[in-house]
Design a protein around this ligand. Structure first.
Ligand code: F2R
Ligand code: MG
Ligand code: MG
Ligand code: MG
Length: 317
């Protein structure tokens, strides 16, 4: 296990936001041309984030402010998420989650509001997974990360697949954060560890397929076809994992691969970028791209707070 440095904490936050903002113009496209993506990288314009980063900021702020043993107050968190949506409803939210947030803002308890969507089934979307990575910064074990991830998902995603998506991405972020970039990542072991943290058959089937895809060096289109690229948790979290496990030592390549899976490109790239950023640190990210990131200052400030969090006593700079 590697020490959790300030550079890794910042890498997790900036990598996620960069994936989101760079992927945003491509969300919903069935496929993404490498030339279009290169043009987006070269453009001088500000990199504007979407709901993925807006809610990640809300969760990171929640964690930074709570230094008690519980770390997560789900009742307060539900209100904070709903307020973040009300402040900026134009950030590219879909339809399900804003419905839940509207109910919460009207005083309906989240336990009820989260069950009001999809004919009472609740959401199995990737919205709980897309925002979850910061919980890895305050977790003291792999299972703790998965548990915090699942609980942070509950206010909006009452379907078990939506919650397992958050548990999976949180556990993956924990493993990436504690991995040593000086040594090659053992991909098979990474996925075996995840399977211990997320005990659900459909997820295990996805992990097996991801193992095959990374072993065979599958490209983004092949991976999207095999694992999915939609806004469901099961159809995007394993795809993001595969992007990271294909390029674990290069955050920029991870993000490019994730965006080129197409479909829910901002969210797949946000999740993959957080994993690669947590492993490789912020210092490996392109300064030019980071300087264009809308939320860069806010994320730097949160990294300072979370790197000094009592959960991270071993942080070194
Ligand atoms: N929604 C979007 N982008 C499309 C709209 C863009 C926007 N209108 C614009 O103009 O810019 N992006 C963001 O939403 C995704 C995260 O979704 P979340 O928060 O999980 O939402 P939701 O609606 O609960 O679930 C997403 C979709 O999954 C399907 N689904 C979920 N549960 C279901 C169930 N029980 N039964 C059937 N279908 C279910 C639905 O298709 C939902 O729409 C991210 O991409 C984020 O970037
Ligand atoms: Mg989005
Ligand atoms: Mg290396
Ligand atoms: Mg999206």
């Amino acid at each position: 296990f590697a020490a959790v440095t300030h550079d890794k904490v910042l890498g997790l936050l900036l990598g996620g936001a960069l994936g989101d903002a760079l992927g945003a113009p491509f969300e919903g496209r069935p496929s993404v041309d490498a030339a279009d993506l290169a043009a987006e990288e070269r453009a001088p314009s500000r990199l504007v984030h979407t709901d993925d980063t807006a809610l990640t900021l809300a969760l990171a702020e929640h964690l930074a402010q709570r230094r008690d043993a519980e770390r997560l107050d789900v009742d307060a968190l539900a209100l904070e998420f709903a307020r973040a949506w009300r402040a900026e409803p134009w950030r590219g939210y879909g339809s399900g989650t804003p419905h839940v947030f509207g109910l919460i803002n009207a005083g309906v308890p989240w336990t009820e509001a989260s069950r009001a969507t999809f004919q009472g089934q609740g959401s199995y979307g990737n919205g709980a997974a897309m925002r979850v990575a910061p919980v890895a910064l305050v977790a003291d074990s792999l299972h703790h990360a998965a548990e915090l991830g699942q609980r942070s998902g509950e206010p909006t995603h009452s379907h078990k697949h939506g919650q397992h998506g958050a548990a999976c991405q949180a556990a993956a972020a924990y493993l990436a954060l504690h991995s040593d970039p000086a040594h090659p990542l053992d991909r098979t072991r990474f996925l075996q560890d995840l399977a211990r943290a997320v005990r659900s058959r459909p997820w295990h089937e996805k992990f097996d397929r991801a193992t095959e895809l990374t072993r065979n060096g599958a490209g983004p289109k092949h991976t999207a076809h095999a694992l999915g690229n939609d806004a469901s948790a099961l159809g995007s979290v394993p795809t993001a994992l595969t992007a990271f496990l294909t390029h674990p030592d290069d955050t920029t390549q991870t993000i490019r691969y994730a965006i080129q899976t197409g479909g829910d490109a901002d969210t797949i790239a946000a999740m993959a970028g957080a994993l690669a950023g947590a492993r490789n640190g912020a210092s490996t990210l392109s300064r030019g791209l980071i300087s264009r990131l809308e939320a860069a200052d806010q994320l730097h400030h949160l990294a300072d707070q979370l790197a000094g969090h009592p959960r991270n006593p071993t942080v070194t700079s």
